[in-house]
Design a protein around this ligand. Structure first.
Ligand code: PGA
Length: 275
């Protein structure tokens, strides 16, 4: 069984480098004793470099020994050039970044990011060896069935990307916008059973496009109001269709972030039959 992946998405927080280093050091200390879960942190761009240098994450990644992985919150689709304000995937790999969040609903909503842009970014990230965490999810939940939009966003994002490039690295994060703490819906996560259905649907779409093998290898994460209280439910109640969580707000609270790691660790250990 692959270890569940916990991704802490700090978004545009905290405000200073000192606070970012402090927050990261707590995650680092907590994760050092974690055996059953993998953890990645996505700090704002300006803090990536100082975190990388302080902990030597790039070298640790080369040796396969990084306890905490670095994630970026976005990446542009070109390697270099006249693209004011953008950051290329090559720059990120140079900073020891392993994962990159792409197509987050906040970027779609506030910056007009389209499926075509997400597709170009996804391709570039894969070409530069980053592991993309592709965010998809509907704005509003209507009825009980999995919204078709989830399949459409997924198909558009992977459009024309060769399976070989995709299947070893792609991570799909289902984040229903109504469940995200910033999404206006308050703090109510999706239910584990609905997430279970959605994860099956995501794999069905991937199987239709790329075959069963690919659909099985791609990791599916849940995101949207994950807390210390509900984190483990996505693993224990979903028959292992969910391979991790993407956590925003709760990851900024040192105590809660630690508890989330503990809860996911416990659920993963139980699934392995470790008592
Ligand atoms: P949330 O955010 O945990 O604050 O709901 C998740 C996300 O937007 O990635």
């Amino acid at each position: 069984m692959t270890k569940p992946l916990i991704v802490f998405n700090w978004k545009m927080n905290p405000q200073t480098e000192a606070e970012a280093v402090e927050l990261f050091s707590h995650v680092w200390t907590r994760v050092k004793t974690a055996k059953y879960a993998a953890v990645a942190v996505a700090p704002p761009f300006p803090f990536l470099s100082s975190i990388e240098k302080r902990w030597g994450i790039r070298d640790l990644e080369v040796r396969g020994e990084a306890p905490v992985h670095l994630a970026a919150q976005d990446a542009f689709w070109e390697r270099e050039g006249a693209y004011t304000g953008e950051i290329s995937p090559a720059m990120e790999t140079g900073l020891g970044v392993t994962y990159v969040i792409l197509g987050h609903s906040e970027r779609r909503r506030f910056l007009g990011e389209t499926d075509a842009m997400v597709n170009a970014k996804l391709r570039a990230a894969l070409e530069y060896g980053l592991r993309p965490i592709l965010c998809i999810g509907e704005e509003m939940r209507e009825g009980n069935s999995v919204p078709e939009l989830v399949g459409t966003q997924l198909k558009n994002a992977v459009h024309d990307i060769p399976p070989l490039l995709l299947e070893a690295s792609l991570i799909v994060a289902y984040e229903p916008v109504w469940a995200i703490s910033s999404g206006g819906g308050g703090l109510s996560a999706d239910t584990p059973s609905d997430m279970h259905k959605t994860a099956i649907y995501i794999r069905k779409v991937l199987a239709e496009l790329y075959g069963e093998g690919c659909a099985e290898r791609v990791r599916v994460l849940y995101g949207g109001s994950v807390t210390a209280e509900n984190a483990s439910s996505f693993f224990t109640e979903t028959e292992r269709t969910v391979n991790g969580v993407l956590v925003g707000r709760a990851s900024l609270n040192i105590e809660e972030a630690g508890k989330i790691i503990g809860a996911v660790e416990l659920a993963a250990a139980l699934a392995l039959g470790v008592s």
